[in-house]
Design a protein around this ligand. Sequence first.
Ligand SMILES: [Fe+2]
Ligand SMILES: [Fe+2]
Length: 388
Amino acid sequence: MRSSSDPVETPIPAATPPVLVVTDAGRLPSDLTSLGGRTSVCIPPRSLSPSVAGSFATAIVDVDLGALEHRPAMLAKLSCLARLPNLYVVSAEAADRLTAQANRLGAQDVLVRPFSSDELASRLARIETQRARPASSDPGAEHLHQPRPPQAYEDNDGIAQASRVLARVFRQVQTGEAPRFAPFHDASHAFVGALAEAAQSAAGMREWLAAIQSHHSATFRHSLTVTANAVLFGLHLRLRQADLERLAMAGLLHDIGKAVVPLAILDKPARLDPDEFALVQRHPETGRDLIERSPDAVDPELVDAVVHHHEYLDGSGYPHGLKAEHLSDLVRIVTIADVFTALVEDRAYKAGLSPPAALAILDEMAGKGKLDAVLVQQFKAMIECSRA
Ligand SMILES: [Fe+2]
Ligand SMILES: [Fe+2]
């Protein structure tokens, strides 16, 4: 969901089909700001998914394509662009090798820097007026639709197991089956064990977080990252094993209500319309309803975390506007992990903040009485030392 702590989204006029710009530059490159009057949506490669790509007719790839054959995760991410009618690659160099890489992605044109905004606009217009090519007309792109190579997260037992139980519940909800939550116990146990080991070193932590980022679903990446941040916080607070596993389960379950929201809405790279937004905002209560529909009993403390992870101590949160005295430590920890994660992660409609910038916002929210100030100070210490 779009957390109330999320930065403001960039509105896109409905009448103008936006151009998707995929860049590893961290923000929209200045020479791509003028697209002949077209608006753009700028995302990093890791935010790409078939559902995001499928929302656009035109995309520009501004990514270092060097040695793409040795970067299967990047290749898999970019491969979903191959079916777009209009695909361009921009580069700082004109080289045969670059052209070969662009062809491999299924690009129709390569624009070599520097180029003027007029030249860019006319190249976009020229190709967009040509007949859209059939999806399979580029033999060089065919292999890109083979099954994806193993992703890093699938090689990490803790993350893979957590990801599987999440995916199973989403599938059960979407096919009308009763959702089952019993498997989350084993998944939480495995997640805590593997994360505790990774947290022995900063390098281990970096690898762990990178593995989560390789997941193709932004929704699952979010839940897995919230879970990792909540468990890391629990380790920092020296909580008992049973409490760490409860935190892991709360992290995995907290956004389970999003299972009823179509992925096209969850991963929509643009502003949600009011109906879509209302649907997403119902996810805490939907999560509780799903748990109640399950034949598996779930600890009431966890259900409380699912329903109330968007509440703030001053009563300004939702869905019930609860105040501090009604918010448990578990809820407070999950909320801090959720807000921090939402701030640092890239979304299709915004770039993530740096950890120090996100921590400054947590501080500000604690200062306004929204978040538990003592826990925020300890969370800051944990983030600073785990990423040192
Ligand atoms: Fe949420
Ligand atoms: Fe969340």
